[in-house]
Design a protein around this ligand. Sequence first.
Ligand code: DGY
Length: 321
Amino acid sequence: MAVKPVVLVTRKLPDAVMARAAASYDARLNEADEQLGPDDVIARAQGCDAILCCSTEKFPADVIARLPGGLRAIATFSVGLEHIDLEAAKVRGLIVTNTPEVLTDSTADITLLLLLAAARRAYEGERMLRQDAWSGWTPTQLLGVHLGAKRLGILGMGRIGRAVARRARGFDMEIHYHNRNRLEAGLEQGAVYHESAEDLLKVSQFLALNAPATPATERFLNRARIALLPDGAIVVNTARGALVDDEALQEALKSGKLAAAGLDVFEGEPNIHAGYRSLDNVFILPHLGSATLETRNAMGFKCCDNLDAIFAGKDPPDRVV
Ligand code: DGY
């Protein structure tokens, strides 16, 4: 019988993915789902051909340099790549793959959930009921704002940004966007392109952050840029926490410059900036963007498809390095 490739799977993945990994590889699983630090990953990866990791494991250059010599690939169970130093991986001759496309719809759905929840004060309403503090319907209770006929600015018009735009059109929102490159008309679907992010901010009554975390987008939403948004704007983030200056955002939510925010991602997860916990006008979720069984299965199967291709000596479909 052929020797199976040895693969370290760093987290507990959905059952169907674990079953496929266990059948296809000599898989080193983490059934207890312990969060592994760099030293744990390096120790467990000894003798492995590949690592199937998540964005919770960090691979900066010094960790990549310490990975075992025989390692050929890192398949990340994420579309985001900010946890891996791609340049270091390239220099080391490691193949890196990710999981694009399959999480587009679930992440766009969560973006709409955040837009609606922030605009319609879902957190305050829910809390009122849970705390048995509802004294009954009143004409002026928890008044929010409409999405319809408002301008939605989308920063980052990749697959997820475009899926957000499609959904938001269903709520009669007017779509504006900024992207590194202007989209062709077929993809733009009538959305208004802004050459600079600053110009986009000036018109965005709602702002959705859908750009990847890169050195260029780090702390994108800072004090100066928040000041450009229309008064009473609503901001949502399903991309990465690194795009936001937490102090500046909280300041604007307290002052009323921003009416509300909806956040699914945070800098330093899971240790979110404590200030968010006590703000009524922020709706927060624990990074649920891709958290549906269908999506997580599809992400896991993509990782396996990529690894299968690598072990068969082929170019994997989602190779990034
Ligand atoms: C992704 O795929 O990047 C999700 O945010 C999970 O990390």
